[in-house]
Write a protein that binds this ligand. Structure first.
Ligand code: COA
Length: 382
């Protein structure tokens, strides 16, 4: 029996900023963002959304049929809204999930969803009749007029994991690497990450090399055994750099076709941290013209600080019937383009931190929104 991803659906809020507009405002050549970073738009979080509402919006249609069989729900994020309570508990309530369910939150920068994926597939070996819900939800914030600004974004990916999955079976060998580094971190008292972007890019590529070498040793697979590759996407140019590096290590010519379908959605959402690799998977499966049935996909997951992992999966027969391609394309197409002032106002919005009662303005179409705060308690609803 094989185990893996049965369904994947993502959500990103209904507001975006064009990189050409941001470049004009910052008096920078737009080609730096569009060609140099490979980004054309980024999703912007409105004041009445956060990781919880985005997660519920991503997962709602997925869990309809799986509710009773989900007894493990893993929530991966680095934008936590509480130091103690798992964000997943609000989602568990909003979606009316089975009370007989374990709910936990996992953190390690952009890597945590990958660890959650492997925890889930191991769990399914002993609980093959159950399903696992895995949601990665994040807002990438670097600050106005910082080098990281054009690599911001927000969104959530929800995945149902099961035995005999419809989309992708996860293979048993992984190459992993961990090292204490301070390339990117966010102390509890800060809303924006402290990042040394150039150092982080260098670590990403070094970690890829370590992980790949271990993966090849353990799996006995070679580069040519893989049809397509998905990389963690802080910005899409990073995947190009990563794939070039991997091709150099494997001594094969660089072929952009092996990654380009995985970059389409991320170019429009921007970085979604823990969810980014899986937005890439969604983009690949939904935009690749060639039938990928039976093909092996290589994945590289990287979380600053840092942990990396290279793993693989096999695309399942009939996978196209289980995709949410129309939903995703409509979602991205229907976003409202913000002007600079609207973007800056959304970005600067702050919720009260003194326990005072607050009702958020109705901006998001949801269906789930952050309604407000009362006695320090976050309130959500449709
Ligand atoms: N036309 C085309 N390309 C241009 C250009 C122009 N007019 N001007 C600059 N570029 C290219 C640069 O050559 C560079 O490409 P290269 O890296 O292939 O050489 C790219 O655009 C970015 O320019 P750079 O000057 O390096 O940008 P920056 O110093 O403003 O910052 C990051 C870029 C990625 C470091 C920054 O956005 C960041 O810190 N992001 C957040 C952290 C992150 O994403 N980390 C990645 C690992 S997870």
């Amino acid at each position: 029996m094989n185990f893996g991803i049965d369904a994947v659906r993502f959500y990103t809020p209904g507001f975006s900023l064009d990189h050409s507009l941001l470049a004009a405002h910052r008096q920078i050549d737009p080609e730096k963002f569009i060609v140099g970073l490979g980004q054309t738009q980024m999703s912007i979080l409105p004041p009445d959304e956060d990781i919880v509402s985005m997660a519920a919006n991503a997962a709602a249609p997925l869990v309809k049929e799986a509710k009773d069989s989900i007894r493990l729900f893993l929530f991966a994020t680095e934008s936590g809204v509480d130091q103690s309570k798992a964000a997943g508990l609000w989602v568990h309530h909003l979606l009316g999930l089975n009370p007989s369910c374990r709910v936990v939150e996992l953190k390690q920068a952009c890597y945590s969803a990958t660890c959650a994926l492997h925890l889930a597939t191991s769990y399914l070996h002993t609980h093959p009749s159950e399903k696992v819900l895995l949601i990665a939800s994040d807002e990438a914030r670097y600050g106005l007029n910082t080098p990281g600004e054009p690599t911001q974004g927000c969104g959530a990916v929800a995945m149902v994991l099961s035995a005999s999955p419809r989309l992708l079976s996860i293979e048993p060998h992984q190459g992993v690497f961990a090292e204490h580094t301070m390339d990117f971190f966010r102390p509890n008292y800060m809303r924006e990450a402290i990042v040394d972007g150039k150092f982080s890019t260098k670590l990403y590529l070094q970690t890829l090399s370590h992980c790949w070498q271990e993966y090849v040793k353990l799996s006995s697979l070679q580069f040519s055994d893989h049809s397509r590759f998905c990389y963690h996407l802080p910005f899409t140019k990073m995947a190009e750099k990563a794939h070039e590096r991997l091709c150099r290590i494997a001594q094969v010519p660089f072929d952009p076709h092996q990654i380009e379908s995985s970059l389409i959605y991320s170019r429009l959402t921007g970085n979604v941290y823990a969810a980014a690799l899986y937005v890439g998977l969604s983009s690949l499966l939904e935009n690749e013209e060639q039938d990928l049935t039976g093909k092996r996909i290589g994945f590289f997951s990287y979380g600053s600080g840092c942990v990396g992992e290279f793993f693989s999966g096999i695309v399942q027969q009939g996978y196209r019937r289980a995709l949410y391609a129309l939903d995703h394309k409509e979602l991205l197409k229907s976003r409202k383009s913000l002007n600079y002032e609207e973007y800056a106002s959304f970005f600067s919005h702050r919720l009260p931190e003194d326990g005072s009662e607050y009702t958020t303005p109705v901006i998001s179409k949801g269906p789930f929104r952050l309604l407000g705060i009362k006695n320090h308690e976050r309130l959500y609803g449709p």
